[in-house]
Ligand binder design. Structure first.
Ligand code: ATP
Length: 439
C-alpha cells in the first residue's frame, strides 16, 4: 500500500468528492440543510462500517481480554448526575453584542467575536446534553437525556458483565454507538457534529496499575491509526495540561491528526481512576466492587479509557488517503485507503460488453461477493472505469478478457501502483484476502 503525498489546503475537495461519489451528504439538503448535520451515503456508510469493524477486531477478536456491549442511548437520568455531566458538562457560551452570533468563550483568539470582531457578552455556562422527555407528559419529572458519551453505559453494566462472563481485571468492555452533544460551534464537515458515533473502551485494572496501562493504551491506539494507513507525520500525541484535565481524569493523552485546518483531536486516552465506579456506587447505593479471590478482598478497579470518534476517524482516513497525481493532460484522483477500510474490495470490469465476458464477470462477482463487497461496471472505456474506482479507493480491479475464456485467468490491476498481473480465477478470493491481511 502506498501512502498519499498530497497535502490538502482545506476540506473542500473532500466535501465535494464525498457528495459526488456518495460518501457523505449535507443532511436535509432539500430543506436548506440542518445544523451541521451530515448523512452517510452508500460508500460513506461502508467506509465507516469498515472503520468500526477494524476497531472491533483490534479490540475484541484479536485479544483475550475485552468484550463488547451495546447499552441504551437514553439511560436513567440519575446516571448523568452521578457521572458529573449534569453539573459539569458545560462549555462557556458568549454572544456577540453586535451580530448576535454565539461562540465558545474558550475558543476566542482575542476575546472578540470570531464572525465580526464585535464585543462579546459575559460567559454563560451552557450544558451540552440534549434533553428530552420520556412518556407523554412534558414535565420536569420526565426529563431524560440523550447520552453525550457511550462510556457511562459501560460503567453501569460493569458488575453484570464481569459476573456473567467471570472476568478478572485487567479486562475491558468496548462499545460503539451514537452520542449527542449540543455543540455551540459545530463545523469542519464531520469533525464536530451534534450527533456522532463513538468507539469507546473502558479497561478495568487493579488499583495502582493504571499509570502503566495508560502508557500501554496510548501506544496501542496511536499504532492502530498507523496500521490502517494514516501517515505517521500526520499523527502526534499531546498530553493534557493539569488545568485542562476533565473532572474525572488524572492523566489524558490525545492522539491528534493534522487536519487541513490544523492539529485536532482524533481520540482521547484518559486515566479515569476509580471515579466513575465510585460515583455510581454512591448514587445507586449498589456495591460495584469486584471480589478478588486471591486476596479475598473487595476491589474497585481503576479505569483507562481510549475514546475515539468513529465519524471523526472516518474523516481522518478520508483526508489522509486523498491523493492527486498527473495523468497525461488530466489528474488522477486516488483514495489510497487501506484495503481493509475501502468500501469495495474489488471491482469486476469486463473488458468488453460481450455476452461471454459479461457472464464470466458476473460469475466471478458471485464468488467474491460471498466474502467481500464488490462493485461491477460494464460502461465506458476500461481506463475511465479504473479512474472511477481509484476515486473511491477500490484497491483491486478485476478484468475478464478473451484470454480468460480460454485459460481461466484474469488481469488484476492494483490501485496504487497501477500494475497488472494475471491471476487464476480460482485463486482470486485467497489472493485478495492475503493482500488485505498484509497491507
Ligand atoms: P473535543 O475537544 O474535540 O470537543 P472531547 O475531548 O470533548 O472532544 P471526548 O469527550 O474525549 O471528546 O470524546 C472522545 C472522542 O469522540 C473524540 O476524540 C472525538 O473523536 C469524538 N467526538 C467528541 N465530540 C464529537 C463531536 N461533536 N463530533 C464528532 N466527534 C466527536
Amino acid at each position: 500500500m502506498r501512502h498519499s503525498t498530497y497535502e490538502l489546503s482545506d476540506t473542500s475537495k473532500i466535501v465535494s468528492l464525498a457528495k459526488r461519489r456518495g460518501f457523505v451528504f449535507a443532511s436535509s439538503e432539500i430543506y436548506g440543510g440542518f445544523a451541521n448535520a451530515w448523512d452517510y451515503g452508500p460508500l460513506g456508510l461502508l467506509l465507516k462500517d469498515n472503520v468500526k469493524a477494524a476497531w472491533m477486531r483490534a479490540m475484541i477478536q484479536d485479544r483475550d481480554d475485552i468484550v463488547p456491549l451495546d447499552s441504551s442511548i437514553i439511560l436513567n437520568p440519575r446516571v448523568w448526575e452521578a457521572s458529573g455531566h449534569v453539573g459539569n458538562f458545560n462549555d462557556p457560551l458568549v454572544e456577540c453584542k453586535n451580530c448576535k452570533k454565539r461562540s465558545r468563550g474558550d475558543e476566542l483568539a482575542d476575546g472578540k467575536c470570531p464572525y465580526c470582531g464585535g464585543e462579546v457578552s459575559e460567559e454563560k455556562q451552557f450544558n451540552l446534553m440534549f434533553k428530552t422527555f420520556v412518556g407523554p407528559v412534558e414535565e420536569d419529572a420526565a426529563v431524560a437525556y440523550l447520552r453525550p458519551e457511550t462510556a457511562q453505559g459501560i460503567f453501569i453494566n460493569f458488575k453484570l458483565v464481569q459476573t456473567a462472563l467471570r472476568l478478572k481485571p485487567p479486562f475491558g468492555i468496548a462499545q460503539i454507538g451514537k452520542s449527542f452533544r449540543n455543540e455551540i460551534t459545530p463545523g469542519n464537515f464531520i469533525y464536530r457534529t451534534r450527533e456522532f458515533e463513538q468507539m469507546e473502551m473502558e479497561f478495568f485494572v487493579m488499583p495502582g496499575t493504571s499509570d502503566q496501562w495508560l502508557e500501554y493504551w496510548v501506544a496501542e491506539r496511536k499504532s492502530w491509526y498507523e496500521r490502517f494507513g494514516i501517515r505517521p507525520d500526520n499523527l502526534r500525541l499531546r498530553e493534557h495540561r493539569k488545568e485542562e484535565l476533565a473532572h474525572y481524569s488524572t492523566g489524558t493523552f490525545d492522539v491528534e491528526f493534522k487536519y487541513p485546518f490544523g492539529w485536532g483531536e482524533l481520540e482521547g486516552i484518559a486515566n479515569r481512576g476509580d471515579y466513575d465506579l465510585g460515583q455510581h456506587e454512591q448514587f445507586s447505593g449498589e456495591d460495584l466492587r469486584y471480589f478478588d479471590e486471591e486476596s479475598k478482598q473487595h476491589i474497585r478497579p481503576e479505569v483507562i479509557e481510549p475514546a475515539a470518534g468513529a465519524s471523526r476517524a472516518t474523516m481522518a482516513f478520508l483526508l489522509d488517503a486523498y491523493d492527486e497525481e498527473p495523468d497525461g493532460d488530466e489528474t488522477r484522483v486516488v483514495l489510497r485507503l487501506h484495503p481493509a477500510l475501502a468500501p469495495y474490495k474489488a471491482a469486476i470490469l469486463p473488458l468488453q460488453r460481450k455476452p461471454d465476458l459479461i457472464n464470466l464477470a458476473k460469475n466471478i462477482r458471485g464468488t467474491i461477493r460471498k466474502r467481500y463487497m464488490t462493485a461491477y461496471d460494464e460502461t465506458a472505456s476500461i481506463g475511465r472505469r479504473y479512474r472511477r474506482q481509484d476515486e473511491i479507493g477500490t484497491p483491486y480491479c478485476i478484468t475478464p478478457d478473451f484470454q480468460s475464456l480460454e485459460d481461466g485467468t484474469v488481469t488484476v490491476r492494483d490501485r496504487d501502483s497501477m500494475t497488472q498481473e494475471r491471476i487464476a480465477i480460482a485463486d482470486l478470493v485467497g489472493w485478495i484476502e492475503e493482500r488485505i491481511e498484509n497491507a
